[in-house]
Structure formats: structure tokens, C-alpha cells
Ligand binder design. Sequence first.
Ligand code: HEC
Length: 247
Amino acid sequence: MRSFKYFLFVLSIFLFFACDSGDIEEKKYTVNNTGKTVKLTGCIRGLNAWEESEYGIALAGFSDDSYYAVMQRTVTPVDDSGVLNFVLNGVSNSISTVELAVTNNLRRRILSLATIDMTAYGGNTPSDTIYLEVGDIDVTPYGCIQMGIFDKACIQCHGGNGRSAGGLNLMKDLSYGNLVDVASTQKNGYYRVISGDADNSLLWQILNEGGENLLHYNHTEVLSSQFKNNLDETKSFIQNWIKNLAD
Ligand code: HEC
């Protein structure tokens, strides 16, 4: 009996304090839970290519120290026009970037296609809607390789600045015709990309160990500075793309 009274006493103290601080707690809770809203706008073509794939196109929030998405929504096709108004709600302050990204089924970032730096919108209070405008883009596997790899790590030598090293132009709309089933101009008997056969494609060989001396320029380190944490995933993405070209 005594201990029951003691229990009630302790309980009442607990309730008293719990209620007392209730307002403040509730406010904090609301703010964290509401978060910010990021709206993706643009014309996104090629989403159908991802049906039944281990990869997908997602609007995803990442925190500084992780390449797994903290939160994500898979972007699904709306209609044939590809025009999108797609929203990610509840983006908390722990999220430092929101990205249109290729992620795998573990929510790991494979390639980033467009990024918003959320720290620029700081603060504890939710701000107005933040827009991620991507324009008219192609998110087929090839389009993703263009935006996520060639545009970031290759065009400075291949097509940008009026330079086409090795006679190879990797700029948007030109890269495919410059690569796929096209003979190498630098290495006799080689093809830049052989549809369906990554192992024998010069592109694949020069990016990997053993390909150091195939050309006058060593490409094995070209991807490692851009894709520190997801180098292997980025490479397998290229490998898959070449393999699937045969389909
Ligand atoms: C710093 C400059 C530089 C960067 C960056 C670069 N390359 Fe190259 N690349 C070269 C040079 C130079 C050659 C020609 C080498 C030679 O003549 O043997 C070349 C040749 C090639 C070739 C062979 C072309 C042929 O016909 O034989 C391929 C394929 C290639 N690069 C792909 C890439 C890809 C893909 C990337 C990005 C992931 C890339 N390169 C990034 C400088 C660069």
C-alpha cells in the first residue's frame, strides 16, 4: 500500500512536469516534423526505363556523412509528357542536400543528377517551398551517365573548352554517337564501346586496373576524385549500361 502511494506520488510529479513543459515540447515536435518542402519541377523523360530495375530515380535527402539517403521518394512517371511537379515534404535540418539521384534498392546514392544545398536555407523554422528546377532532362541510364559522369568528370577534356582529346567528344547529344560501336582512333583493333560487351570495350578497360597503359593518358584515376565513396557503384553502373546496350 505504501509503495502504491509512493508510486502515485512519483507519477504525479512526472505528470506535472510533463504537462508543464508540454507546450514547448509540442512546438519543437511540430517544427521538426514539418520540416522543409522541396519541389522538383521540370520535364523528366525516360522514367519508364527504370521499371523493374534494382536502381531508381529518386528525390532524396542526404546528410553530410552518409551516402545512403535519409529519406527519399521514388520519382514515378506521371504521363507521357514527362512534366513533373513532385514534392518531398518534411525535410529536417539534419539533411544537408536534397538531390535528384539514381539510388539503388538500399537507398544508396549511385549518381547525383541535380543538387540543392539545404544548409543555404538553414534555420529551425520551415521556410517556404524550395524549388529544384531541372529543366528538360533525360533520365534513361544513358542520360544519367551523361549528367552524372561525363558532364562531371570527362567533358573538360572531351568536348568542353573546344578540346576533344583522342578525337572523342563526350558532350550531351554527341557522346552516344561518339562511343557506341565506334572504333578507337588511338588504339588499333579496339572499340570505344562494344554493345553488350563491357570487358572488351576500351572505355571500360581504361577506367579500370590494368588499363593504365592502353592510352597515352592514364584514366584509372579519373573517376576517383569525383566519386570517392561510390566509385565501385559508379563503375558497375557504367558496366551495366554497356551490357544492356545489347538488349
Ligand atoms: C585530363 C584530360 C582527360 C579527362 C578528364 C578524360 N580523358 Fe579520356 N582521354 C584523354 C586523352 C589525352 C586521350 C587520348 C589518349 C591517347 O591519345 O592515347 C583520351 C582518350 C579517351 C578514350 C579513347 C578514345 C579513342 O578513340 O581511343 C576514351 C574512351 C576516353 N578517353 C574516355 C574518357 C572518359 C569516359 C572520361 C571521363 C570518365 C575521360 N576520358 C576523361 C584525356 C582525358
